[in-house]
Design a protein around this ligand. Structure first.
Ligand SMILES: C[S@@+](CC[C@H](N)C(=O)[O-])C[C@H]1O[C@@H](n2cnc3c(N)ncnc32)[C@H](O)[C@@H]1O
Length: 312
């Protein structure tokens, strides 16, 4: 394993905790649906035996190009994890022993000054993880309706003042299109606001746009449903998420096998439906990085790991 290679691309988060709890059969078939810099994949291969297979995917071409793993047990594909079942079919695989997802973006993506994920660099507002996807953040900001923009900032950014944010965006784009990261930031002057609050505001603003550009919530739901179909009984799914919206979806799905509707429509599960719940939680409590990991890799601080086991 080439430690140096993957740490320049991305420093893997909760590595030991996710890998060790995922493996139930050392000669089983596993899927890493978010290859990134390959840190989790290479650690998995190190712990698996000779007959094991590891299928990995990433929707970012650069992650695929950066692959450094040469191992006959390993196969890597450029695809969205919503197509996990299709990729397995292509490999003549029906069921797997484990699925790993480390959601969000890699350090390589966020630190790349031309990808538009970070407010630290002035560049075109792109934010597409898959460079072949049709709509960038720039398109969304300049073309989406008032209601659609409100949905993004209210639901994904959890901004109570989402309406105000949208008004400012509409006012600015009426005069001049919003093209770059700094164009967007300059809409919000935040003159008397502390550095910490400014950073929090822009992180949430950028994150909410990124979620929309990459259709992250729908992809996650689709992936959870597909995973519940491809796991062998006793097989495990480990998911690392980085914000509460995703974590709530994962937690609820592992507990109930369904997705929660809006607050006012909370679903009541009848006792016969309860017997259809596909997963058993492996840990009652969520797993978070310890203080040492956070010191060594501050980007790990918001990571949350949940692991569940497929029931019969
Ligand atoms: C946090 S990084 C993964 C890092 C990886 N575990 C490692 O050790 O280097 C997340 C990766 O998932 C990819 N990704 C996010 N959503 C995806 C999706 N729907 N389908 C496929 N890949 C996705 C991103 O392009 C990114 O490379």
């Amino acid at each position: 394993m080439n430690l140096q290679h993957y740490s320049y691309y991305h420093n893997p988060v909760l590595l030991k905790e996710s890998i060790e709890n995922l493996i139930t059969d050392k000669n089983g078939i596993y899927v890493d649906v978010t290859f990134g810099g390959g840190g989790h994949s290479s650690a998995l291969l190190k712990r698996l035996d000779r007959k094991a297979i590891l299928i990995a995917l990433d929707k970012d071409k650069e992650a695929i190009k950066n692959n450094f793993i040469k191992d006959e047990r390993f196969r890597l594909f450029h695809d969205n994890f919503i197509h996990i079942k299709h990729i397995l079919n292509y490999n003549h695989i029906q069921k797997v022993s484990g699925v790993l997802a480390d959601l969000g973006i890699s350090s390589y993506q966020i630190d790349n000054p031309i990808r538009g994920f970070s407010y630290r660099f002035n560049c075109i507002l792109d934010m597409r993880m898959n460079q072949d996807d049709p709509y960038s953040a720039q398109y969304i900001l300049n073309k989406y309706s008032k209601n659609k923009l409100f949905h993004i900032f209210y639901e994904y950014g959890e901004f109570k003042n989402a309406r105000k944010i949208v008004e400012k965006i509409l006012e600015r784009r009426f005069n001049k299109p919003i093209k770059t990261t700094f164009d967007l930031m300059n809409i919000f002057l935040l003159k008397k606001v502390s550095f910490k609050r400014k950073r929090r505001f822009f992180s949430r603003l950028f994150q909410s746009l990124r979620i929309e550009v990459n259709n992250e919530i729908n992809c996650l739901k689709h992936f959870l449903l597909e995973s519940s179909k491809i796991l062998l009984p006793g097989g495990r799914i480990a998911i690392i998420s980085y914000h509460s919206i995703e974590d709530r979806i994962i937690k609820y799905f592992f507990k109930t096998g369904i997705f929660q509707k809006k607050k006012e429509e909370t679903i009541i599960i009848s006792s016969d439906k309860k017997s259809m719940i596909p997963f058993k939680m492996i840990h009652k409590k969520i797993i978070k990085p310890n203080s040492l990991e956070i010191i060594n890799n501050p980007r790990s601080r918001s990571a949350r790991l949940r692991i569940a086991e497929k029931l019969l």
